[in-house]
Write a new protein. Structure first.
Length: 546
């Protein structure tokens, strides 16, 4: 890792920053007298639990908070400009516009809510190039292709006309990174930029960011909950808790000799324990044979079908009561499509046996009562929770559909129990999703699935938005609920540490097919296929910061 460039003054200097939010006559302090600096070519990682103030501090740098509800009781944010420094908190709008997206770029945590659903990928990246670089036409197109290639988008030419919903979660995040890097900024603020990426792409993206940093002297403010990533990419680290920086220093020193009790707890936190093992005589809850999901490719003036994308291509699997089947593979390998097909959320071919009944040919009305036994926790808690519904309404929605005569009092009691089970205060059930951190929103999504007391749950990256200490808590929770209720899980994840702690059987996917499968203990100890070894080696390297 190259050393940061030392100058007479830092590129960014945050001094005594406080952030307060006012709502309903009450004021709460989210960031309390925080100070840090970043030099050119340096990466400062900010680590802490959900709600600790990491993202609020980063958004303050470019004044993207919800003003005037947000305010800054104290502090200044000094950024190098024209040989001097400008305070971004008091800078006029035209100065901020000249800096945002040009000299300071940002990668947000949730790409689906950051990308415009009505514009193609080419248009969204090209808009930035046109606004700040004056590029258009063929020149802009060449630059867009170059950026998509750099961030690991395969066949970028075929993705130029794609819309965000046509990409996987990992692919959307890579597009966001390409947009942020388009103008080669002096400072990149990266808010969990690898959250949605599988481990092999994580390594490539982190290496890409480091190479760009060496080439351009770009500085990074890197927000993450993954301490392995901090070891790999950061020069210095700041540990945040409840709006304050409790410890800061060089990464090697802080990780080797943590002084604060909270830092010590973070470093010790990781998913532990052994996965629940199903009984040999446990009934099969889900049985799938030769499942296929093919999406047609249409081209030409009349949009004739000229081929197909084989997202899931002949997958067979079975899951017993009390068993967790882990599904791993790169983004775009078909993991999420497989889970959605099993739940009949998308069309597929091949028998899908759930609790002994083939649901493939079941009509909509007949399928509805069966959905109580089949639930899903989606990858993106921002997109899967309605912003217009309270937490109580979100968690109880399925209850009212399945039990129309359920009283409000009984529903609220079930909601309270579900929220308590996932570590949330039941008294918060009348609040709305935007009032919670990303990790808290994911726990609400898990509570919604558990409220119906299902037999089978598809968990699509349920811990991807959670910090490490909460990851461990959620894994323990899922394992305890599985034992208590004899649940069957299909666990989709790119985090192999979590898979190892939760799954008793693992299925490795690539390009819609099964590359390798078997007992988790055997696969982690001795993977048989080259692709599986590459996947596991990448995860180990990120974990160790290699």
């Amino acid at each position: 890792m190259s050393a940061p460039v030392k100058t007479s003054s830092p590129l960014l200097s945050v001094r005594d920053l406080s952030v307060a939010f006012r709502q309903g006559g009450r004021t709460s302090v989210a960031v309390n007298h925080v100070s840090f600096e970043i030099n050119r070519g340096e990466t400062l990682a900010v680590v802490g639990e959900s709600g600790s103030g990491k993202s609020v501090s980063a958004l303050s740098v470019v004044k993207l908070l919800n003003y005037p509800a947000a305010s800054h009781p104290s502090g200044e944010i000094l950024f190098e400009k024209d040989g001097g420094q400008v305070d971004l908190l008091t800078a006029p709008d035209d100065v901020l516009r000249s800096i945002r997206g040009n000299r300071i770029s940002m990668v947000f945590q949730e790409p689906m809510t950051s990308l415009n659903p009505l514009h193609t990928i080419e248009r969204q990246i090209g808009e930035i190039l046109g606004l700040h670089r004056g590029l258009s036409g063929e020149a802009a197109r060449r630059r867009v292709l170059e950026l998509l290639t750099k961030v690991g988008i395969r066949d970028p030419e075929t993705r130029l006309g794609a819309y965000p919903h046509q990409l996987s979660g990992g692919q959307r995040q890579r597009v966001m990174i390409a947009m942020a890097l388009a103008n080669e900024p002096d400072l990149l603020i990266a808010d969990e930029p690898t959250t949605a990426l599988d481990v092999t792409v994580q390594v490539k993206i982190l290496d890409l960011l480091r190479n760009l940093q060496r080439e351009t002297g770009m500085a990074m403010l890197f927000i993450t909950h993954d301490l392995g990533i901090v070891r790999r990419i950061a020069h210095r680290v700041a540990i945040m808790r409840r709006g304050e920086i409790v410890e800061a220093g060089a990464v090697g020193e802080v990780f080797a000799y943590p002084q604060h009790a909270y830092t010590q707890a973070l470093l010790a936190a990781e998913p532990k324990g052994e996965p629940a093992m199903p009984h040999a005589e446990a009934p099969v809850v889900v049985d799938v044979r030769d499942l296929k999901v093919h999406f047609p490719i249409r081209s030409g003036l009349f949009k004739r079908v000229t081929g197909s994308v084989k997202a899931v291509d002949g997958i067979s699997l079975s899951i017993r009561a009390g068993e967790t089947l882990g599904v791993v593979g790169e983004s775009g390998s078909g993991k999420t499509t497989l889970g959605q097909a099993i739940l009949r959320l998308i069309r597929s071919e091949g028998p899908i046996m759930v609790l002994g009944r083939d649901i493939q040919g079941v009509g909509h009305d007949a399928l509805r009562p069966m959905r109580r036994d089949m639930q899903i926790v989606f990858q993106d808690p921002y997109g899967s929770l309605s912003p217009r519904m309270s937490v109580a309404e979100i968690v109880a929605e399925g209850l009212y559909i399945q039990q129309p005569k359920l009283t409000t009092e009984a529903a609220r009691q079930i909601v309270a129990e579900a929220l308590h089970d996932v570590g949330l205060d039941p008294s918060a059930m009348d609040r709305y999703p935007h009032e919670f951190s990303g990790g808290q929103r994911q726990r609400i999504a898990i509570a919604r699935a558990m409220a119906l007391d299902p037999k089978f749950i598809v968990l699509d990256e349920p811990t991807s938005a959670l910090d490490m200490s909460v990851q461990a808590q959620i894994v323990d929770l899922l394992r305890a609920l599985q034992v208590k209720r004899n649940l069957a899980y299909l666990f989709i994840s790119h985090d192999l540490k979590v898979v190892r702690a939760l799954a008793s059987h693992v299925l490795v996917m690539r390009n819609g097919k099964i590359v390798e499968e078997g007992p988790a203990a055997r696969l982690f100890a001795s993977p048989g296929q080259a692709y599986t070894r590459e996947l596991f080696n990448a995860a180990f390297h990120v974990e160790q910061g290699i």
